[in-house]
Design a protein around this ligand. Structure first.
Ligand code: MSP
Length: 517
């Protein structure tokens, strides 16, 4: 299948802090999609990285007693290391302090300016350093201490300084037209509606430069100003494919991006400002922005300021990497906010993984090892129930593809687990342990059907649980070049008589030693 290239990105992470599971979640979702599309034979470019400029990072560096460059070098490395901890398969890791990015950010500024969409004025208004965002007086409320706060809860400060402006107000109509023509541009639907009504409510010109601090990319031809960190940061998606060289093979192949995955807190920057900047620069706009919800711990969005962060490395060492990857994308319907907890984690590990797929594989493969000379059994003619199970295993890829393409990971997994459920019911109904004495040929057919179904499941779960899937497929002696989705289709099956290694359990139970309170 000759398929089109696929470019997907995570947000680049602020380096004011070490990564927590909320950060890991966004990149995990992208990793699963990247792996999924590669298995579908697409050339994937999967980008993540760090957002290193601006007042927020500068303040954190000062607080840490370090110069911003040393500070960002250190913190950025923690995000880079996350790829190892979480088994991400990103193709690039960008830092906004790299020279390639400096070039790209200045080039997009020039393009927007040359097209007449930037003017010099002065800004007087509210700014939140935590959000790196400007707010209108009407959006603010007060906290318990009487301090003005943004709708996100972040404190704001009054800023008055010379500033360049982007004529965002002129882009109201073009944006609304663009959303209308591209109904899939923003997902899920609820976010799309929010964005459309925000734009319909009227857009104000946007301040896009600052003069009161220095940690950023200088404005071309006016280095007293540095670029607003969001214009700088958003441009990373272009930098990574070679912009400003629009003849670069990566730019030609991958731009416009297929998907910018973001959390719902930053949808406005991606779905309003970013397409407006690109249109103003005369560049193509991305195909889709998907805004997922928040992972909540103890009832609130996980964040350092609330003191409720869970660290990816702690969860992985406690529960294992693949179980954590599965849990995060299965437990919380993607797009919604959702709670994560020890209790639901243990329940998913022990029921979906150990009991359902683990037990299915373990009992089937052990019976094959004991009763079929440790080789793929030789099947006889298939019955209707054999055909029914095999066809549900073959066909589930269509559902998974549809669901993953609209970022409904939980639904895709539900469909795959429906096949696991069918398989377990099939084992119970066929009772191969009884056939061993009464009808060994039929037992061989049943075990073959099970092995084939497990091969399909192993291929399908690779994007979510790459290591566990590899172990399953190794136990069925499936060659590493026979694991892409094309091998779920006609003409691909296990070869009867092929020797199999000794089976070993792949999905261990979690023994909960914590004493319940
Ligand atoms: N630097 C900006 C993004 C610039 S993209 C051009 C930024 N960085 S961030 O580090 O604050 O957040 C990065 C991503 O992590 C966002 O998509 C955000 O929604 C996500 N999450 C941070 N905490 C989260 C949870 N508790 N739950 C889920 N996602 C969360 O914003």
């Amino acid at each position: 299948m000759a398929s089109s290239p696929y470019y997907l990105t995570t947000p680049i992470y602020y380096v004011n802090d070490r990564p927590h599971i909320g950060h890991a979640y966004t990149t995990l979702a992208c990793d699963v999609l990247a792996r999924f599309h590669r298995l579908d034979d697409r050339e994937v470019h999967f980008l993540t990285g760090t957002d290193e400029h601006g007042q927020k990072v500068e303040k954190s560096a000062i607080l840490a007693g370090k110069d911003p460059q040393t500070f960002t070098d250190e913190v950025s490395q923690n995000f880079r290391n996350l790829a190892g901890d979480m088994n991400y398969s990103n193709d690039d890791f960008i830092r906004t302090t790299e020279e390639r990015h400096n070039q790209a950010a200045q080039a997009i500024w020039r393009a927007i300016k040359d097209n007449g969409h930037i003017y010099l004025d002065s800004y007087a208004g509210w700014y939140s350093v935590r959000d790196e965002a400007f707010y209108a007086e009407s959006e603010l409320t007060k906290n318990e201490d009487g301090q003005k706060i943004a709708p996100t809860g972040a404190e704001v400060e009054w800023v008055e300084e010379p500033s360049y402006f982007f004529n965002l107000s002129k882009w109201e109509e073009p944006l609304l037209e663009f959303y209308e023509k591209n109904p899939d541009f923003i997902g899920p639907e609820s976010r799309r509606n929010e964005v459309v009504s925000f734009v319909k409510g009227g857009l104000k010109d946007l301040s896009i430069s600052r003069t009161s601090f220095k940690w950023g990319i200088p404005v071309p031809d006016d280095p007293d100003h540095i670029m607003y960190v969001w214009l700088d940061a958003l441009t990373n998606y272009l930098t990574a494919v070679g912009y400003p060289d629009t003849k670069n093979p990566d730019y030609l192949k991958f731009w416009p991006a297929d998907l910018h995955m973001v959390g719902k807190d930053i949808v406005r920057f991606h779905a309003v400002y970013w397409p407006a900047f690109l249109m103003a620069a005369g560049l193509p706009t991305p195909k889709r922005i998907y805004a997922h919800g928040w992972l909540l711990n103890k009832g609130e969005k996980m964040s350092k300021s609330l003191g409720n962060v869970l660290l990816p490395e702690d969860l992985v060492s406690k529960y294992g990497l693949d179980p954590v990857r599965y849990y995060l994308l299965r437990e919380v319907p993607f797009g919604n906010d959702g709670y994560i907890s020890h209790k639901t984690m243990v329940s998913r590990i022990n029921s979906d993984l150990a009991n359902d797929i683990g037990n299915l594989a373990q009992r089937s493969l052990s019976m094959i090892a004991k009763n079929c000379d440790g080789a793929v059994p030789t099947p006889g003619a298939f019955t209707e129930s054999d055909e029914a199970l095999l066809s549900s295993a073959r066909n589930v890829i269509d559902t998974a593809r549809n669901e993953f393409n609209r970022q409904a990971f939980h639904r895709g997994l539900e469909a795959i687990w429906a096949v696991v459920g069918d398989s377990n019911r099939y084992v119970d109904a066929q009772a191969p342990w009884e056939l061993r004495k009464t009808d060994p040929d039929r037992m061989a057919t049943v075990l073959y059907v099970l092995a084939e179904t497990i091969r399909h499941l192993g291929i399908l779960i690779q994007p979510i649980m790459p290591d566990a899937a590899a172990q399953l497929l190794n136990q069925l002696s499936v060659g590493v070049d026979a694991r892409t989705f094309i091998h779920l289709g006609p003409g691909h099956a296990l070869t009867a008589g092929a020797p199999l290694p000794k089976p070993a359990p792949v999905f261990p139970r979690y023994i909960d030693e914590e004493v319940p309170i």
